[in-house]
Design a protein around this ligand. Sequence first.
Ligand SMILES: *[C@@H]1O[C@H](CO)[C@@H](O)[C@H](O)[C@H]1NC(C)=O
Ligand SMILES: *[C@@H]1O[C@H](CO)[C@@H](O)[C@H](O)[C@H]1NC(C)=O
Length: 303
Amino acid sequence: MFSKGSILSVTVCALAYVHAAPASLDTSLLKRQSITALSTAQITAFRPFTSFASTAYCSPSTTINWSCGSNCAANPDFIPTASGGDGSSVQFWYVGFSPSQNTVIVAHQGTDTAEIEADATDIDAVLENLDSTLFPGLSSSIEAHSGFANEQAKTATTILSAVQSTIKAHSATTVTLVGHSLGAAIALLDLVYLPLHISGVSFKAITYGMPRVGNQAFANFVDANRVLTHINNKEDIVPIVPGLFLGYHHPSGEVHIMDNNQWVSCPGQDNASTECIVGDVPNIFDGDTSDHDGPYDTITMGC
Ligand SMILES: *[C@@H]1O[C@H](CO)[C@@H](O)[C@H](O)[C@H]1NC(C)=O
Ligand SMILES: *[C@@H]1O[C@H](CO)[C@@H](O)[C@H](O)[C@H]1NC(C)=O
């Protein structure tokens, strides 16, 4: 699936892109002061959601009755309604209601750094239209990574009915999608998908270490119609793949954790400032794979 030859060709293209981009890098450096730092209270407010994303690495037999140890204990009042996946062909997932956050939670498991990098840069994965049965009415200009779309499709309808019943059971008005790594990509696709089938509630996604999922039209659709925060840790390489040069773009909503542990909000799509992931990690050799799992504030992803 992923040969040394493909690593090399991706790398050569990545370097070519960097050489083509110095003007925008320089411009953003001049404007770096307008990138805003998050307050301690704002950072702390993400913690329950970071734990929910980490908990998706726990097996369904322990998330269904919230007996998964410290991950579950981090959100002690959570009421699970459905769990599934096998951790290999289908990533673990769970759905339930958080009384303290007053929201339905949908969480998807991620994968390890080497695997997500291989998935994201898989030369057999192409940008393609989303399935029109799952995603009715989207513009034909909107395309997503075929591998990530296939993963989301495996659980889509099961999660849709679990979310519908959880909304009903708790008279919920908001749904929050979380995930790390591959789970982040699936969460973003769920963020596009679920509101096409459920009305009357608001949706948002909070993702961690998310690869790029779709093309420019996809990113623009998310910006115009959805609410997303994607948090990137330090020099993690996963958020810079697949490359911009392959036609992939992140939606807005980046929060970047800098080396000094300050969290900053990065305006726009793929902000090239060195305070944001695209400027900080111009190619995969400037990255550090050990940053992928965190820690995000105090939380390292995993069960
Ligand atoms: C949770 O479910 C598992 C698997 O069915 C079971 O072994 C365990 O005893 C349950 N734990 C609690 C706290 O209910
Ligand atoms: C990056 O952030 C700077 C500082 O706020 C902003 O002026 C610039 O427009 C952003 N770049 C993009 C591509 O949105």
